[in-house]
Design a protein around this ligand. Structure first.
Ligand SMILES: Nc1ncnc2c1ncn2[C@@H]1O[C@H](COP(=O)(O)OP(=O)(O)OP(=O)(O)O)[C@@H](O)[C@H]1O
Ligand SMILES: O=C(O)C1=C[C@@H](O)[C@@H](O)[C@H](O)C1
Ligand SMILES: [Mg+2]
Length: 174
């Protein structure tokens, strides 16, 4: 599971990591958009709490997939999701404010239209992201292929494999 702040590269780099590992790629934001339309439209017409409930439903589906899963930046705010992440391999992808500036500004992130709001959101969540993560990789000023290769290496590590096997042998009833 890939978690991290908006524009850390979870979608773009996660897709590449999945290709390297030869497993499917799942992105909770894309699942929401496929069923409910564009994320900024959901925020403006139904509000953030409604978006979070749609997000939680897609997280539940994604958790049972044998795949690289990119979580939406705020998916970890849900208490049930926090608990679920305790038993799966979780990689935190980070990015520094100096590197994120050029990645924002396409109007697709209603909560973080600019770098100032990105910093505020990240600071509020930083400890939570760190607490949930088994491993951290920073994507700032690095080629995406290189970061993807690091993610794939970690996914194959004994630490990640151990947590993944504990998860797959557990009865998953939620
Ligand atoms: N290592 C990198 N170097 C330069 N640009 C990058 C890098 N990784 C991602 N990007 C670019 O940054 C932008 C954000 O990346 P991406 O959409 O993958 O982030 P995300 O973590 O999925 O964000 P969100 O939480 O909003 O879904 C994209 O335009 C992407 O192409
Ligand atoms: O950080 C967030 O709260 C968000 C990040 C994106 O991935 C989207 O899920 C949405 O724009 C909200
Ligand atoms: Mg994304």
């Amino acid at each position: 599971m890939l978690i991290g702040p908006p524009a850390a590269g979870k979608t773009r780099i996660g897709k590449r990591a999945a290709r390297i590992l030869g497993v499917p790629f799942v992105d909770t934001d894309k699942l929401i958009e496929a069923e409910h339309g564009a994320i900024p439209d959901i925020f403006s017409s139904r509000g953030e709490p409604h978006f979070r409930s749609l997000e939680r439903a897609q997280v539940v589906k994604a958790l049972s997939a044998d795949a690289v899963v990119a979580f939406g930046g705020g998916a970890v705010l849900d208490a049930d999701t926090q608990r679920d992440l305790e038993s799966v391999p979780v990689l935190l992808l980070t990015v520094r404010p100096e590197a994120v500036e050029s990645r924002l500004g396409n109007g697709k992130r209603p909560l973080v239209p600019d770098v100032e709001s990105w910093i505020r959101v990240y600071e509020r969540r930083r400890e939570l992201y760190q607490r949930l993560a088994d491993h951290v990789i920073d994507s700032s000023f690095r080629p995406t292929d290189e970061v993807a290769a690091d993610i794939a290496d970690w996914a194959r590590s004994p630490e990640a494999a151990h947590k993944a096997s504990a998860h797959s042998t557990k009865e998953y009833t939620r």
